[in-house]
Design a protein around this ligand. Sequence first.
Ligand SMILES: CC(C)(COP(=O)(O)OP(=O)(O)OC[C@H]1O[C@@H](n2cnc3c(N)ncnc32)[C@H](O)[C@@H]1OP(=O)(O)O)[C@@H](O)C(=O)NCCC(=O)NCCS
Length: 216
Amino acid sequence: MLERILPTEVACAEAFDDPPGQWLFPEEAAVISGAVARRRAEFTTVRSCARRALGTLGVPPVPLLPGARGAPRWPAGIRGSMTHCEGYRGAAVALAAPTRWLGVDAEPNAPVGPAVLDMIAGPAELIHLAALDQLPGALVHWDRLLFSAKESLYKAWFPMAGCLLDFLDAEVELHVCGTFTARVLTAPPTAPAAVPRRYEGRWLLSDGFLCTSVAN
Ligand SMILES: CC(C)(COP(=O)(O)OP(=O)(O)OC[C@H]1O[C@@H](n2cnc3c(N)ncnc32)[C@H](O)[C@@H]1OP(=O)(O)O)[C@@H](O)C(=O)NCCC(=O)NCCS
């Protein structure tokens, strides 16, 4: 699914279950050893996906350890992003030249619920979502898509900016044609001025999953 919403120079790999026989480097296994089985499984499978995708770029298998605030540490010269949810694991990687940023996210196509919606959507976005909900025949849960778009934005943003972005710090406009625009409204003061404030993204509904990407 991810390759359908990413530029051709980005290599992707994905899995819809946790096949037996996957492995971790000892330092990766140490990082995740205290987690519950479900977390260990997603951590392991998504790293298998990432190593497969890296392999298509000619990068040999290396440990992919969490760094600051959980952001994965990629080999020098590589940008990448990983996502997992129930029934899906996906990784995308690219050469840092020419790819300047890369974030991906996958979510089940289900509503986020009113409490979460209040936390993730600003007033303009709530009006925008209400209008999208009026579209005839739409199968998309637009509130979940907004959430996913913001997660992809954050995964692209963090490695460049090195700081958290709250959900209400950015505004997303979803387009029915499979694209979206994300604007950072309030950047934390520590965010370098050179980090872009406007991003174009893509999205897809497939097999019950909403996938989003922010890449350039
Ligand atoms: C980090 C976060 C984005 C992960 O998203 P999620 O939907 O919960 O989980 P996903 O399975 O899609 O993604 C998890 C992966 O994201 C990656 N990730 C985690 N923190 C990250 C960060 N700071 N920067 C980039 N990637 C990160 C990791 O690879 C992680 O998988 P791993 O722990 O197995 O390595 C989310 O938990 C979070 O903290 N969100 C708050 C910030 C935010 O989204 N703001 C919105 C701004 S508009």
